[in-house]
Each structure stands twice: as structure tokens, then as C-alpha cells.
Write a protein that binds this ligand. Structure first.
Ligand SMILES: Cc1ncc(COP(=O)(O)O)c(C=O)c1O
Length: 427
């Protein structure tokens, strides 16, 4: 009798370290639009999108075609060596999308973009300190881990991190129970206290913030908070960095989440959805800031790979050609349907989000986080072919990141699966 071949999961145990924690044991061989196909032929409705990356769906034919054409002409040139068309064209496109007058620096990952943004702010201001926010996630490299404050796991045993990083309060109206205005006031008061007690604002190079917190719980702050921190940064000459690594490229129903708040950053960091899965990230900032970053003070071998830039241009075209609107409409529909389930089953918690960046926080009757229900729900949905992830510092938020090509039929299917399992879990 021949032994059945080992699954990818089984083979991986021998050769892959546990460091990169995986949400599932799935071995995946193909992506098709909103679906992933496993090695044993199962199809999963993918509402994780590789953690908010495949925003126009898996292997969109237009993205595949653009990447193929680019591969025929140039795979690598090296942005520290030469110029090539897809790189320059993407910089022009991002400059245009962000209102003009900007320059763009490309690298590979979100963490790398945030590291670069902090280096840029330090280079320009000649100041040492950086302010980030509690529950923020900015990546796992050492400087990015210093900014991250969504779990001590990310920092444990790595301490001695980047010095002079301070964490301020980020609004969380659902938890504080305060009105949006009162919550903004509470956070701003705490920031002012930080300036008074711990760090003089004139020694602060940058304030880095997610316009919607991702890993921290899919928390949408009041617009007044984002507007207020903009004012504070202007007052003290602090560079405001928006980490839009998770929120950009259609995720919130707009190209960039800052468009919801009527506020622009000094420095914008982008990654994830930028190139539909090709490794690419970008730092966008006004020319006057970027021109103070001298040659050789930052760089990297692979930044702005030609194929990734070509895939990005095709992705952006698709978003502009209707998918941004679809994301906004489907997001609204999805939240409505989830709220109906919440109401029908009398579930304590909150459905929130912008566009297709949707969180469903579940708490018990005592108001305490209910991570067991959320974990169980995620596992049960997997059995029914729906791939979901969780977030939140208490792991009690189901997060939905469907691609912008998602349809009402996909959403109805997902909501039916979620409703079915929630009914048994809360009864
Ligand atoms: C808001 C935010 N910033 C930064 C990062 C880090 O990006 P990367 O994993 O590409 O380094 C992430 C990744 O989840 C993120 O969500």
C-alpha cells in the first residue's frame, strides 16, 4: 500500500519555523477572483485577501497581463542603478492621485516604507522623537516594531528598540462609551499631557498614525481626531505620517482613507493593495520634503521592481475604472447585512468600518470581549468554505477584507454562513 502524499501543511512542519504564524493550515494552489483553491480542490470564499492585499481579487487578468508584458521586457534593473518606465510612470500616477507636487520613494514592504518615512522625518526635522498610538500596527522590523503597540508579543525579547518612541491614545468610542467629540477630546488631552510630562513637542520628528486602525481592531476614529492631530503637528512642526499600508487602494471605498477625513499627511506610506500581491511599497511626500533626503541616505536593492510597478499601474487602473465605487457600495450593503444578523440574534458588540474594511466586534452580555466566540466563529466559517481573519487587541473582532470585485451574492453567501454559526454559538 502506498502512503498518501503529504499535504503542504505536513511538509511545512519539517522545514518552516513557527515564527510566521499562520491563520490556517490550508495549502493553496490557485487564486481565482474572490476565491482560493486548495491542493485538495476545495474552494474558499476569500474575505482575507492575503491580509488586505489582493484588493482587485486574485490573479485579475489585467494585472496578470501587465505583469507578463513587463516580464518579457525587464524583470530587474535596480532602482539604485537605472531608471525604467513602470517605476517612473507609477511615481507620476501616485503623485497625481495624491494631488500633485509630491515625490515618491519605492521599497518592498509596509514595514520598510514606515522605516523610510521615519528616517525621512528625522532627516528633515533633525529631531529624535516619534509619536505613535496605542494598538497601532506598523510592522515587525526593529524600528517598525518600536512603533507597533498592538501586542507585547511583537516586542518581547527584542527590547532595546528604537529610542524616543512614545505611544499616545487612539480613539475607541465603542470601548470608552463616549461620544465622538468627547472621545477626541479625551485623546487630545492625553497627547497634550504627554507633551507636558514626557516629550517636548519641539523634539518630535514625526507622528505616525493609521487613519483607520487595522490590526488594533478595525477602529474608525472620529474625523475631528484626525483633524486635530493635523493641527497639532502644524503647530509644532511635526511631520504627520499616515500609515495607509492597509487602508489604501480601495480598502475603505476610496483610493486613500485620508479622503474620508479631509486631512492630508506630510508623509504617506503605502503597500499591501498597491500591486495586487507583488511586493511593493511607497513613501509619498511633498517635493520640498523629499528633496531634503540626499542621495545615498536611503536605498535598497529591490525597491520598485519593474514587474511590481507594472502590476500596480494595472491595479490602480481597475480601481479607478469602477472598483472603488463597487467597494463603497458593497461595503455599505455588507455592514447592513451584518447589522441585521447582529440585531436578529441580539449580539452585543459593534459592526463598523469604511468601505470593505469591516470589523464585527463581539462582546458578552457583561460588555467584556468575547474572543472565544469569535475564534470559534472563524473556525466554523472555514469549515463552510469562508476564509476570515480576526483582529483587535482582545482578538474579539472578526475582520472582513473582501476584494473590491465582491458581489451581493458573495456577501449574501458569507452572511448566511456567519448567521448560521453565530446562532448556535450565542444560543
Ligand atoms: C497598517 C500597517 N502598517 C504596516 C504593516 C506592515 O506591513 P508589512 O507586513 O508589509 O511589513 C501592516 C501589515 O499588516 C499594516 O497593516
Amino acid at each position: 500500500m502506498t502512503a498518501s502524499p503529504k499535504s503542504l501543511y505536513e511538509r511545512a512542519q519539517a522545514v518552516l519555523p513557527p515564527a510566521a504564524g499562520r491563520a490556517t493550515d490550508l495549502g493553496v494552489v490557485r487564486g481565482e477572483g474572490a476565491y482560493l483553491v486548495t491542493e485538495d480542490g476545495r474552494r474558499y470564499l476569500d474575505f482575507a485577501s492575503g491580509v488586505a492585499v489582493t484588493n482587485v481579487g486574485h490573479n485579475h487578468p489585467k494585472v496578470v497581463a501587465a505583469a507578463k508584458v513587463q516580464m518579457e521586457s525587464l524583470i530587474h534593473g535596480g532602482h539604485n542603478v537605472v531608471y525604467y518606465p513602470s517605476y517612473v510612470e507609477l511615481a507620476e500616477t501616485l503623485n497625481e492621485l495624491t494631488g500633485g507636487g509630491n515625490k515618491v520613494y519605492f521599497s518592498n514592504s509596509g514595514a520598510e516604507a514606515n522605516e523610510g518615512a521615519v528616517k525621512l522625518a528625522k532627516k528633515v526635522t533633525k529631531r529624535p522623537a516619534v509619536i505613535a498610538f496605542k494598538r497601532a500596527f506598523h510592522g515587525r522590523t526593529l524600528a517598525a516594531a518600536s512603533l507597533t503597540a498592538s501586542g507585547s508579543l511583537y516586542r518581547k525579547d527584542y527590547e532595546g528598540l528604537l529610542p524616543s518612541v512614545y505611544h499616545a491614545e487612539y480613539p475607541y468610542p465603542f470601548r470608552s462609551g463616549l461620544s465622538e467629540d468627547a472621545e477626541t477630546e479625551r485623546c487630545i488631552r492625553q497627547l497634550e499631557e504627554l507633551f507636558q510630562l514626557q516629550v517636548d513637542p519641539e523634539t518630535v520628528a514625526a507622528m505616525i498614525v493609521e487613519p483607520v486602525q487595522g490590526e488594533g481592531g478595525y477602529i474608525v476614529p472620529p474625523a475631528s481626531f484626525i483633524q486635530k492631530i493635523r493641527e497639532i503637528c502644524d503647530k509644532y512642526g511635526i511631520m504627520l505620517i499616515f500609515d495607509e499600508i492597509q487602508t489604501a487602494f480601495g480598502r475603505t471605498g476610496k483610493m486613500f482613507a485620508y479622503e474620508h477625513f479631509g486631512v492630508k499627511p506630510d508623509i504617506l506610506t503605502l503597500a499591501k493593495g498597491i500591486a495586487s500581491g507583488f511586493p511593493l511599497s511607497a513613501i509619498v511626500a511633498p517635493q520640498a520634503i523629499m528633496d531634503q533626503w540626499p542621495a545615498g541616505t536611503h536605498g535598497g536593492t529591490y525597491g520598485g521592481n519593474p514587474v511590481a510597478c507594472a502590476a500596480s499601474l494595472a491595479t490602480i487602473e481597475l480601481l479607478k475604472d469602477g472598483l472603488l465605487d463597487q467597494a463603497a457600495q458593497m461595503g455599505e450593503y455588507f455592514r447592513e447585512q451584518l447589522r441585521k444578523v447582529q440585531q436578529d440574534l441580539n449580539i452585543q458588540g459593534e459592526v463598523r468600518g469604511l468601505g470593505l474594511m469591516i470589523g464585527f466586534e463581539i462582546v458578552g452580555d457583561d460588555g467584556r470581549p468575547a474572543p472565544a466566540i469569535v475564534g470559534e466563529l472563524r473556525a466554523k466559517c472555514m469549515e463552510d468554505g469562508l476564509l476570515l481573519l480576526t483582529c483587535g487587541t482582545d482578538k474579539n473582532v472578526i475582520r472582513f477584507m473582501p476584494p473590491t470585485i465582491v458581489t451581493k451574492e458573495h456577501i449574501d453567501e458569507a452572511v448566511a454562513i456567519i448567521g448560521k454559526h453565530l446562532r448556535t454559538l450565542v444560543s
